[in-house]
Design a protein around this ligand. Structure first.
Ligand code: T4K
Length: 377
C-alpha cells in the first residue's frame, strides 16, 4: 500500500498558464473596469452561449452557484411555496430555497443514478407545490423525460441544480453545436451550473443560470445588481451577486481547455474502473457523463468509515464522503429526517475518490488498489 509523500486531495482546480492569465489581466487593467457587467464578463457570457449553443438571451452569470440558485428560484416565483427536491446533494440546493422563503419537501432518490426519483417526487405533489428541483448529482443525468412529464402534467416548474453537470451534452438530441447534442442545461425551465474551483470547470467562484424563457433574463440581471433599474429606481429586493472581471477572465481561460479537462477526467475514471472491475465489493457509480466525481459504494457504513480514515492515515489520501450526512440530518431540515431511506442507505456507503486534471494515472491505480485492499479485511 503506497503512502504518498504529499497529500492527495479529493480535487485540485485547473489553473491556466500564468502568462495567459497575465495577458488577460492587462486587458482588465486597460479597461479599468472591475465588476458591474464589465467587458470581460460580457465576453465570457458570449463564449458560454456559444459553447452551450444557447441564445445569449437565455443565460445569466453570477458571483457563485448558491446566489445563482437563490435568485433563480426567486425569479421563478417559488417564494412561499413547496418545492420537491433531493436530500442527496450539497446543502446549497435547499439553503437557497429556504433563503427565499420556499419550503423544501424531500423525496427519495433512484438507487442507480442517485438522482431524485420522478416517481417518488410525484407522490408528494400537492396544490402547494410550485416546483421540483432535481440535481444531476456527480454529473449523473436525471430522468429528464420523467421530470418533463411531471412539469406538464401538474403545471409545476422544473429547475435543475446542474452544479456538477457542466460539459454534458445529450448526444441523442442532435441539435447542439458540432453535432455534440443539446446541453444538459437546456432541460426544464432553468438549470444552474457551479463554477467553483472544486468543479471540473471554474471561474474562481461563479454560477451560471440557463433558462427557457428569455424574459427572465432582465429580471435576473436586475436581481444580481440590487434590483436597481436606474439611478432613481429600485424595483425589488435584489442582492449583490455580480461576477467580477477577474472571475470572468479565469472562466475564459479555463473554457479554452474544457475538452482536455473532460478527456482527462474520463482517463482517471477508466483507471479506477480497471482496478475495481475485479472487486465486487467496490461498486463504481457509472452514470456520470462528465466524470465530475468518482463515487464508489462500499459494503456498509463501517467499511466506508474505515476506508475513509485509513486512506488518510496510511496513504495520505483525502477522499470525501459527498454527500454524507444527508441534508435531512442537518438542523434546518430535521423535520424530514428518516423520510428518504434509499438516500440514507447510499449516503452511509458512498466515498468520492480523488479526481482532477493532472492527477497521475499511476497514482489513481495505487489509490484504487489501496481501497480494494482496505475494504477486504
Ligand atoms: N449545488 C450543488 C449540488 C453543489 O455541489 C454546490 C457546491 C452548489 C450547489 C453551490 O455552488 P457554489 O455556490 O459552491 O458555486 C465544496 C465546494 O465549496 C462546493 O462548491 C461544492 N458544491 C461542494 C460539493 O464541495 P467543500 O467544503 O467540500 O470544499 P473544500 O474547501 O473542502 O474543498 C475540497 C477540496 O478541494 C480540498 O481538499 C482542497 C481542494 N481545493 C479547494 C479549493 C476551494 C483546492 O485545491 N483549491 C481550492 O481553491 O465544499
Amino acid at each position: 500500500m503506497k503512502r504518498f509523500e504529499k497529500p492527495i486531495l479529493v480535487t485540485r482546480p485547473y489553473l491556466p498558464p500564468i502568462e495567459d492569465f497575465k495577458r488577460g489581466c492587462e486587458e482588465v487593467w486597460a479597461s479599468q473596469w472591475l465588476t458591474n457587467n464589465g467587458p470581460m464578463l460580457q465576453k465570457f457570457h458570449k463564449a458560454l452561449a456559444e459553447y452551450l449553443c444557447v441564445p445569449e438571451t437565455n443565460l445569466a452569470l453570477f458571483s457563485n452557484g448558491t446566489l445563482a440558485l437563490e435568485l433563480g428560484y426567486y425569479a421563478m416565483g417559488l417564494s412561499g411555496g413547496d418545492v420537491i427536491t433531493t436530500p442527496f446533494t450539497f446543502v446549497a440546493t435547499s439553503h437557497a430555497l429556504k433563503r427565499i422563503g420556499a419550503n423544501p419537501v424531500f423525496a427519495d432518490i433512484d438507487p442507480e443514478t442517485m438522482c431524485l426519483s420522478p416517481e417518488a417526487a410525484e407522490k408528494l405533489i400537492t396544490s402547494r407545490t410550485k416546483a421540483i428541483v432535481p440535481v444531476h448529482v456527480y454529473g449523473n443525468v436525471c430522468d429528464v423525460e420523467g421530470f418533463e412529464r411531471l412539469g406538464k402534467k401538474y403545471g409545476v416548474k422544473i429547475i435543475y441544480d446542474a452544479a456538477h453537470a457542466f460539459g454534458i451534452f445529450n448526444a441523442e438530441a442532435q441539435s447542439g453545436r458540432d453535432g455534440r447534442g443539446r446541453s444538459i442545461g437546456c432541460y426544464g425551465d432553468m438549470s444552474m451550473f457551479s463554477f467553483h474551483p472544486t468543479k471540473l470547470f471554474h471561474s474562481c467562484e461563479g454560477g451560471l443560470l440557463v433558462f427557457k424563457d428569455a424574459k427572465v433574463q432582465e429580471k435576473l440581471f436586475e436581481l444580481r445588481d440590487f434590483a436597481i433599474r436606474s439611478e432613481t429606481e429600485c424595483v425589488d429586493v435584489g442582492s449583490n451577486a455580480k461576477m467580477n472581471e477577474l472571475q470572468a477572465l479565469m472562466g475564459m481561460e479555463c473554457l479554452k481547455k474544457i475538452d482536455d479537462l473532460l478527456d482527462y477526467r474520463e482517463k482517471v475514471y477508466r483507471a479506477y474502473e480497471e482496478v475495481f472491475a475485479g472487486s465486487p465489493n467496490v461498486k463504481l457509480v457509472t452514470y456520470s457523463q462528465n466524470k465530475a466525481y468518482v463515487p464508489v459504494l462500499l459494503k456498509d457504513f463501517e467499511t466506508r468509515e474505515r476506508v475513509y480514515a485509513e486512506l488518510q492515515e496510511k496513504c495520505n489520501v483525502f477522499a470525501r464522503r459527498y454527500f454524507y450526512p444527508l441534508l435531512t440530518d442537518f438542523a434546518p431540515y430535521l423535520y424530514a429526517k428518516g423520510s428518504c431511506p434509499v438516500a440514507e442507505e447510499l449516503a452511509s456507503r458512498v466515498l468520492t475518490l480523488p479526481t482532477y486534471y493532472g492527477l497521475p494515472l499511476e497514482d489513481v491505480k495505487s489509490i484504487a488498489e489501496s481501497v480494494v485492499e482496505m475494504q477486504s479485511y
